[in-house]
Design a protein around this ligand. Structure first.
Ligand SMILES: [Mn+2]
Length: 347
C-alpha cells in the first residue's frame, strides 16, 4: 500500500511538471501527436498506446494522434484487430508537435521508429522498465515506475487523475496489457487487481481479453522454442542454473520457455545475419534476492560494449549489437556468474 501511494505521488508530480504541455494539447487547434511503442510491440505497449490516444483525444478532440511501432508481436496483433486500431510501421516524413514513448525508454528499443525523437518538438516517456542512462538525454519529461508490473497501470492512473472516463475499448486494451506483462497475474503488484476490477466494470469482456493469449502459438515459434531447448548449455552455480542457447528468431519466447523448463537465468542469442546479433534474457523471480543482479543493467552494458544497445527489467531484458555471438554470450554469462558468486560470497 505504501508503495502504491508513493507511485501515485510520482504520477501526480509528473503531471504537474507536464502541466504546460498538457495545456498546450488542450488549447491547440491541430496538434499532431505520435505515440510510439517499442519494436516487437507487446500488448502492454500497444494497449498503453491505444488508451493514451483516447485520453489525448478526450482532452482535446481537435488533436490528431497516430500510433507507431517498428513491428508488433502476435498477441498485440490480435489486440490491434480486436480494437480496430491503426498502427503505422513506416518511417514518418513530417514533424510531430509531441511524441509519447510508451513501455520503452531508450532509442534501441524503438528500432526503426527511433528517428521520431528527432522529429518531435517535445518527447515524453511513460514506462516501467529500469531507467536507462540514455533516458534523460532523449526526453523532456518522463515517468518510469519500475515497481509497477505494466505500463498499462500508469496509463490507467493518468485517466483517473485527469478525470477522463475510460471507454470499454481502452479498458480492454489496458487489461490485455496487464494480463500479458504480469504473465496472467503471476507478477501482479498489490494494486493490479483493484485496477483490473475497475477496468472490468468499464464494460470489458474479460473472456475475450483472456482469449487473446490462449490462441495457438505460431508453428515457427514452437519450433524456435523446441530448438532452443535442444541446444541448451547448462551451468550450475551452487544452487542456481544458468542456461544459454541460440535460435535465429523468437528469442524472447525461447527465453521464457527455458525459464518454464527450470532455468533460473536463461540467455538466448540470435544471430540475425548482416552483422546484427540480438539476445534476450529472462530470470526466475528468486533472482531478485541476488544482490546487484539486473538483466536490464547487464544488457545495457553489453550494448555499450558491442556497438548497440540494451536494457529492460531486472528479470527480463534484451540486447542488440554487433560482434561474434560467442563473444557476446561469454561477456553476458561471465558478468552474471560474477554477480551471483559475489552475492553468495557476501551472504
Ligand atoms: Mn511492459
Amino acid at each position: 500500500m505504501v508503495n502504491c501511494l508513493k507511485n501515485l505521488e510520482k504520477i501526480k508530480a509528473f503531471l504537474d511538471k507536464f502541466r504546460n504541455s498538457l495545456e498546450k494539447i488542450k488549447s491547440s487547434s491541430k496538434a499532431f501527436i505520435g505515440v510510439s511503442c517499442h519494436q516487437n510491440a507487446d500488448p502492454d505497449a500497444l494497449g498503453s498506446a491505444i488508451a493514451l490516444k483516447e485520453l489525448l483525444e478526450n482532452l482535446n478532440p481537435q488533436v490528431s494522434v497516430e500510433i507507431f511501432a517498428d513491428s508488433i508481436n502476435n498477441p498485440a496483433s490480435y489486440l490491434k484487430d480486436y480494437t480496430d486500431t491503426k498502427v503505422t510501421t513506416e518511417p514518418l516524413e513530417k514533424n510531430l508537435d509531441l511524441l509519447f514513448i510508451v513501455d520503452a525508454n531508450n532509442l534501441v528499443q524503438l528500432g526503426s521508429m527511433s528517428p521520431l525523437v528527432e522529429l518531435a518538438e517535445e518527447t515524453v516517456i511513460i514506462d516501467h522498465h529500469e531507467p536507462h542512462s540514455q533516458t534523460p538525454k532523449i526526453t523532456d519529461y518522463f515517468i518510469i515506475l519500475e515497481e509497477l508490473s505494466s505500463t498499462s497501470e500508469i496509463i490507467y492512473q493518468l485517466f483517473k487523475m485527469l478525470g477522463v472516463k475510460i471507454s470499454p475499448k481502452s479498458a480492454f486494451a489496458l487489461i490485455a496489457g496487464i494480463i500479458f506483462d504480469t504473465r496472467r497475474f503471476s507478477f501482479a503488484s498489490s494494486n493490479t487487481f483493484s485496477i483490473v476490477s475497475d477496468l472490468i466494470l468499464s464494460g470489458v469482456n474479460y473472456d475475450d481479453a483472456l482469449s487473446l493469449f490462449v490462441s495457438e502459438m505460431d508453428i515457427s515459434e514452437k519450433i524456435a522454442r523446441l530448438k532452443a531447448s535442444q541446444r541448451t548449455k547448462i551451468k550450475r552455480i551452487n544452487d542456481l542454473l544458468l542456461v544459454t542457447s541460440e535460435v535465429s528468431t523468437y528469442e524472447a519466447s525461447a527465453a521464457r520457455a527455458l525459464i518454464d523448463l527450470g532455468a533460473d537465468v536463461a540467455i538466448i542469442i540470435a544471430d540475425k545475419g548482416k552483422n546484427e546479433v540480438r539476445a534476450s534474457s529472462r530470470a526466475n523471480p528468486k533472482m531478485k534476492k541476488i544482490q546487484g543482479f539486473s538483466l536490464g543493467k547487464i544488457m545495457e552494458k553489453a550494448g555499450e560494449k558491442f556497438q548497440g544497445g540494451g536494457g529492460g527489467h531486472i528479470l527480463a531484458a534484451g540486447f542488440k549489437g554487433k560482434g561474434d555471438p560467442k563473444e557476446i554470450m561469454k561477456e553476458i554469462t561471465e558478468k552474471i556468474e560474477k554477480i551471483i558468486k559475489n552475492s553468495q560470497k557476501n551472504a
